[in-house]
Design a protein around this ligand. Structure first.
Ligand code: CTP
Ligand code: MG
Length: 424
C-alpha cells in the first residue's frame, strides 16, 4: 500500500470529500441542526472540516447543509477550507446524492463523511484514501464489536420480539466514516439504485451497502474511538472529554508518536525567479507584482513574466512541500499557459490550502533597476494579498549597478513564505 501520509498533487486533485451535515439532530435534542452544536468552542461541522484540512488528501470538499440554515452556511463559508456548499435532502441518502451531484469532472475518488463523526482523526481520511489509491473500489473504517449481537423478529404483529440468531461476534464490525469509493463506480451504483423498487431502495442504509448490492467488494481499514458518531447527549459528553484530553501538547505528541506527518509547527519556504527584460525590438507590457507598469518594457517569458508573483508561488509550494511551479503549472496543465501572475498565485494558495495548510504570510523582494516601485508598493501588496487570501508584502532594491539587475537587463525576485497547519 502507498504511504498513507503522502499524496501527489494529481492524487489530491482527483479526490473529493463530501461531509453530510444536513441532519436535524433530533436525538441530540438541542433544537438546532446537529452540525451547528458546539463542542469545545467550535461547531461539530468545523471540527470535521479541521480534521479534513489536516488530512490534506482532497482538493474538493463539499459540505451538504440543511436548507435555510444561515448559521451553518456562515461557519462553512468562513472555514479556511472554503468548502463547496450544497443543500441536503430529507434523508441521509438524499443528502449524499446532493453532494455527489456537485463532484468536479476530474474526481476519481470520493470519501463520504458524517459531520456527526466530528472527531474522526486525519489519519483515518488518509488511510481510506491510501486504500483507494492502492486499488480498492470501496473502503470503510471499522471497529470490532464489543457486545454480543442478536437478530430478532421485527414482525409488527408479534407480541414479544424473539431472537432468531446470534452471528459470530468475531466476524462482526461496527462501521464508521469516512467511507471511500471509486467515484465513477459509486455514481453508477446510485444511478442503478434510482430504478429500484421502494423496498429494495429503503433497505440500503449506506453507500458501502449499495456497493455490496451491485457486487463490489468492500475493504476495511481500522476505525478509531474518536470516530464515534455523536447521536445523543452522552455521546456529546464523551466527545467533549476526548477533546479536552487532547491538549495541544498531548495531541502533538500523539501525532508524532504515531508517525503521522501532519505538521503542527509553522513551515517556511523559499522561491526565486529571474526574468530577462525583453529585447526592445519586441515591445511587451511590463507586469510585476500583479501590476502593469505602462512606462516600462516588459519581461520575457511565455507567461506575463511576473517574477514577483512566480517567486511567491514557489515559496508557498516550497513551504507546503508540494513541489514547485513546474509541478503545478507545467506542460501537463495547458490551462495555465500564459496565465497572469495573480491567477497562478490564486491557484497556488488554493493548492497549499488543499494540502492542509493555512498561509501565514509571504514576503517578496525584487532586485532591478526598473520599474520604479515605491509609489505602487501598497497597491501591489493589496493585489497580491487579495489573490492569495493572505498577507503578501513586496519590497524592491537595486544592486548598485552590478550584474544584470544593475544594468537593467533582468530582474530577480526572492520570496519567503510561512504556512502552518491549524491547531484543533
Ligand atoms: N444527514 C444529512 N441529511 C439528512 C440526515 C442526516 O446530511 N437528511 C447527516 C447528518 O447531518 C449526520 C449524518 O448524516 O452528519 C448521520 O446522521 P445522524 O447521526 O442520524 O444525524 P441527524 O439526522 O442530524 O440526527 P437525528 O437522526 O437524531 O435527527
Ligand atoms: Mg438521522
Amino acid at each position: 500500500m502507498s504511504d498513507p501520509s503522502i499524496f501527489s498533487v494529481q492524487e489530491i486533485h482527483q479526490t473529493a470529500i463530501i461531509v453530510v451535515a444536513a441532519g436535524s439532530g433530533t436525538r441530540l435534542g438541542y433544537g438546532i441542526p446537529k452540525a451547528l452544536v458546539p463542542l469545545g468552542g467550535r461547531t461539530l461541522l468545523e471540527h470535521a472540516l479541521d480534521r479534513i484540512q489536516l488530512a490534506g488528501c482532497a482538493a474538493q470538499v463539499i459540505a451538504v447543509l440543511p436548507e435555510n440554515d444561515e448559521g451553518l452556511a456562515d461557519h462553512a463559508a468562513h472555514h479556511p477550507l472554503h468548502p463547496h456548499i450544497v443543500m441536503g435532502g430529507a434523508t441521509r441518502t438524499d443528502s449524499v446524492r446532493a453532494g455527489l451531484g456537485a463532484l468536479g469532472p476530474d474526481i476519481q475518488r470520493v470519501l463520504i463523511h458524517d459531520a456527526a463523526r466530528a472527531l474522526t482523526p486525519p489519519e483515518t481520511f488518509r488511510e481510506v484514501t491510501a486504500a483507494l489509491l492502492a486499488g480498492a473500489h470501496a473502503v470503510i473504517p471499522v471497529l470490532p464489536v464489543i457486545d454480543t449481537i442478536k437478530s430478532v423478529t421485527t414482525d409488527p404483529g408479534a407480541l414479544q420480539p424473539h431472537v432468531t440468531g446470534t452471528p459470530a461476534r468475531q466476524n462482526l464490525r461496527a462501521v464508521q466514516t469516512p467511507q471511500g469509493f471509486d467515484a465513477p463506480i459509486l455514481l453508477a451504483a446510485h444511478r442503478a439504485a434510482a430504478h429500484w423498487d421502494q423496498d429494495r431502495a429503503e433497505a440500503v442504509t449506506d453507500d458501502a451497502m449499495l456497493m455490496e448490492m451491485i457486487g463490489e467488494r468492500v475493504d476495511t481499514v481500522p476505525g478509531t474511538a474518536q470516530g464515534l458518531k455523536i447521536t445523543t447527549a452522552p455521546d456529546l459528553a464523551l466527545a467533549e472529554s476526548m477533546l479536552s484530553a487532547s491538549t495541544p501538547k498531548a495531541s502533538l505528541m500523539t501525532q508524532q508518536e504515531s508517525g503521522a506527518s501532519a505538521p503542527l509547527i509553522p513551515r517556511t519556504g523559499i522561491g526565486i525567479d529571474v526574468h530577462a527584460v525583453a529585447d526592445p525590438s519586441e515591445p511587451r507590457e511590463m507586469w510585476l507584482a500583479g501590476l502593469r507598469f505602462p512606462d516600462d518594457q516588459g519581461l520575457s517569458g511565455h507567461s506575463d513574466g511576473d517574477a514577483v508573483a512566480h517567486a511567491a508561488c514557489d515559496a508557498l509550494f516550497s513551504a507546503a512541500g508540494i513541489g514547485d511551479l513546474g509541478t503545478h503549472f507545467g506542460t501537463d496543465r495547458p490551462e495555465y499557459a500564459g496565465a497572469s501572475g495573480t491567477t497562478l498565485l490564486r491557484e497556488a494558495a488554493r493548492l497549499v490550502r488543499a494540502a492542509g495548510f493555512e498561509i501565514g504570510n509571504v514576503a517578496v523582494q525584487f532586485v532591478g533597476r526598473r520599474p520604479k516601485f515605491a509609489d505602487r508598493r501598497l497597491e501591489a501588496d493589496a493585489v497580491l494579498s487579495e489573490a492569495a487570501g493572505a498577507p503578501i508584502t513586496v519590497t524592491a532594491t537595486t544592486s548598485d549597478g552590478l550584474g544584470y539587475e544593475g544594468s537593467g537587463t533582468g530582474i530577480t525576485a526572492y520570496a519567503t513564505a510561512l504556512v502552518y497547519s491549524p491547531r484543533h
